[in-house]
Design a protein around this ligand. Structure first.
Ligand code: UT7
Length: 329
């Protein structure tokens, strides 16, 4: 079977206007700018207001991505949203985005793969186009994690922020295309990062609200740290091996932006020079599924990533999931 090559034809991002600095957080919990900066590399994050849901950020990011791709919105035949903070349990956030964009007929799907959600969305979208039948697919990573934070828990509230990044995937007519991808998961580690309350195991009740268990629970940040380094290292190698290239061929590395120390450990283990590591974590914190497309958009827009360069994306996240994508921009 003749599989089609697939490229990213447009990208875009959206973040809420409100900035919350480390000093702002130090007024709420027992923390400091020094601790957060040294342990994570984060200086500030964006926080959405009461009226803004995840789909609102998706829509803004998607509009930019569609504009850059040069296609008409009605040419989109699939919308995939990676998120753990959907507007509702149902209907899907992808459907809300479809309605808001005014796209008459297309497939819609939400993917729940934690911080790897955008790379999972890319991998699914790539195959639908590669096998034929679908031409232009909107793949989005988006979160409003600040809506599920326990603002009394300093272990977690300093880490996360809100945002969305979108990509339009289209058939490729040149060397600029996705070269390889890989996905993985390890449900045995699911308890490391979990929201205990609000689902079918522990439905919403007064107790769930009182003990704040419908918020992010992370009891062992160090274990996540270690697993993040190993899994992103593994996925980087697997993705490069599939494409038949080495770390030397990679021009830019965009890891999931969770913690600067995690990213530093990954490049050290991979033997990749620091100059190749692209980071904007200091501005947005950990935006989960949105972090990679936001960083990709920022560094394409500022001219760092140029046509023809190899860009490696790697992610890890709740689940536990991990993923890698190698593309020639
Ligand atoms: O998308 C995935 C999401 N999760 C992650 O990415 C988490 C990955 N893990 C990490 O990024 C790091 O483990 C953290 C940043 C969460 C923590 O850094 P660490 O170097 O592993 O610190 P630690 O958990 O070992 O805690 C060191 C100390 C503790 O105090 P004691 O026990 O040494 O007295 C904590 O209570 O730092 C304390 N601490 C804080 N202090 C000030 C924990 N959080 C804070 C805080 N401000 N926000």
């Amino acid at each position: 079977m003749d599989l089609k090559k697939v490229k990213i034809s447009g990208i875009g991002k959206a973040v809420p206007e409100r900035i919350m600095t480390n000093d702002d957080l130090a007024k709420i919990v027992d923390t400091s700018d020094e601790w957060i900066t040294q342990r994570t590399g984060i200086k500030e994050r964006r926080v959405s207001d009461d009226k803004t849901a995840t789909s609102d950020l998706c829509i803004r990011a998607a509009e930019d991505a569609i504009k850059m791709s040069g296609i008409d919105k009605d040419e989109i035949d699939f919308i995939i949203v990676g998120t753990v903070t959907p507007d509702y349990f149902f209907p899907s956030t992808a459907g809300i985005v479809q309605k808001a964009l005014g796209i008459g007929k297309c497939a819609i799907l939400d993917i729940e793969a934690g911080c790897s959600g955008f790379l999972y969305a890319l991998a699914v979208a790539r195959r639908f186009i590669a096998f034929g039948g679908y031409r232009h697919i909107l793949a989005i990573g988006a979160e409003t994690l600040t809506k599920i934070i326990n603002w009394e828990d300093r272990n977690t509230c300093v880490l996360f922020g809100d945002g969305a990044g979108a990509a339009v995937l289209s058939p490729a007519d040149s060397e600029s295309c996705i070269l390889s991808d890989a996905l993985s998961g390890n449900g045995n580690l699911g308890d490391l990062l979990i929201m205990h309350g609000g689902g079918s195991r522990n439905p919403i009740s007064q107790k769930i609200l009182d003990d704040k268990s419908a918020t992010i629970c992370m009891e062992n940040g160090r274990d996540i740290f270690k697993n993040a380094v190993v899994s992103m290292y593994d996925m980087a190698h697997e993705t490069l091996n599939i494409a038949g290239v080495t770390t030397e061929d990679v021009k830019w590395l965009i890891p999931h932006q969770a913690n600067l120390r995690i990213m530093d450990s990954v490049i050290k283990k991979l033997g990749i020079e620091k100059e190749k590591l692209l980071v904007d974590l200091e501005k947005y914190g950990n935006t989960s599924a949105a972090s990679i497309p936001i960083t990709l958009t920022d560094f394409v827009e500022n001219g760092t990533i140029k046509k023809g360069e190899l860009v490696l994306l790697v992610a890890f996240g709740a689940g536990f999931t991990s993923a890698g994508t190698l593309l020639r921009w």
